[in-house]
Design a protein around this ligand. Structure first.
Ligand SMILES: N[C@@H](CCC(=O)N[C@@H](CS)C(=O)NCC(=O)O)C(=O)O
Length: 268
């Protein structure tokens, strides 16, 4: 039986859940509440010393890193295919998945923490407990980024660039998509799967103005993505109800902040 250590609102875990859902695989969930600090408990650190979800366990084998998990599932369970046959299209796909992990994911963490999750964390802890929670992140680069976004919110020096990175990805998608088409090759693939939780994060934070009336191919792509049965099962369904509600509430209140930031970036 496949087991997945995951959290409902984790974008990386959503990628792993999407791959499992697209392939129609049964799996057992091991829930790690990363907003309460369960990723730092010894039992989980023994599975993944990096203290992040997702982690897939297949028999005795432990697989970390969401993109590696998706490619592992693709190779282990090849049908239905989530990678094109053409080597050029496979290269395009890997550019998407690599850059999502390296650039978009850190930026998504900043906007998510600044807009909503800092408030959810504050409900569970404050003061020294919050500092200790933030200092527990093992990777120093990720620790500094998360700490600043949680403690400074929209005042974080990283917020503006994080918004810019999202705009650049939406523009790259708009350029790559043809009507009715997909990001890499002729069919839905791991490239579309990798972008899905990030576009959905903007949507759950009520920033759909970024594509509505502005980036029609992204809007049309997202409508097709939402219509897939995997979407509700793997992406929106697992998000805890209180987080769905607070992301919508805090996100809606933040629309003027995003618009003002975009205006500043445009030199307006
Ligand atoms: N490169 C890793 C990143 C994993 C990651 O950042 N996971 C986040 C949730 S999306 C996490 O577990 N964060 C825990 C924390 O912030 O302490 C992957 O793709 O799996």
């Amino acid at each position: 039986m496949l087991e997945l250590y995951h959290h409902g609102s984790s974008v990386c875990a959503a990628k792993a859940r999407l791959a499992l859902a697209e392939k129609g695989l049964k799996w057992k969930g091991r829930y790690v509440d990363i907003l309460k600090g369960e990723q730092f408990e010894p039992e989980f650190l023994a599975v993944n010393p990096s203290a992040v979800v997702p982690v897939l366990v297949d028999g005795g084998r432990v697989i970390v890193e969401s993109t590696v998990i998706c490619e592992y599932l693709e190779e282990r369970f090849p049908n239905p295919r989530l990678m094109p046959d053409d080597p050029g299209a496979r290269a395009d796909l890997r550019v998407w998945t690599k850059s999502v992990d390296e650039h978009l994911h850190p930026a998504c963490g900043v906007i998510t923490m600044a807009t909503n999750h800092r408030h959810s964390m504050a409900e569970h802890m404050e003061g020294e407990a919050l500092e200790a929670f933030l200092d527990a992140v093992p990777d120093p680069v990720r620790r500094a980024r998360k700490k600043e976004a949680v403690l400074s919110g929209f005042g974080s020096s990283r917020f503006e660039n994080a918004v810019l990175v999202h705009l650049q990805y939406l523009d790259k998608m708009e350029a790559a998509l043809r009507d009715g088409g997909w990001l890499a090759g002729d069919a839905y693939s791991l490239a579309d799967l990798a972008m899905t939780p990030y576009v959905n994060r903007l949507d759950m934070l009520r920033q759909e103005h970024l594509w509505t009336g502005r980036r029609p191919r992204v809007a049309e792509w997202f409508a097709r993505i939402r219509a897939r049965p995997s979407f509700a099962a793997a992406v929106t369904g697992p998000v805890p109800a209180d987080l769905t509600e607070s992301m919508a509430r805090n996100g809606a209140a933040a629309v003027p902040v995003y618009k003002e930031t975009i205006g500043r970036l445009a030199g307006g």
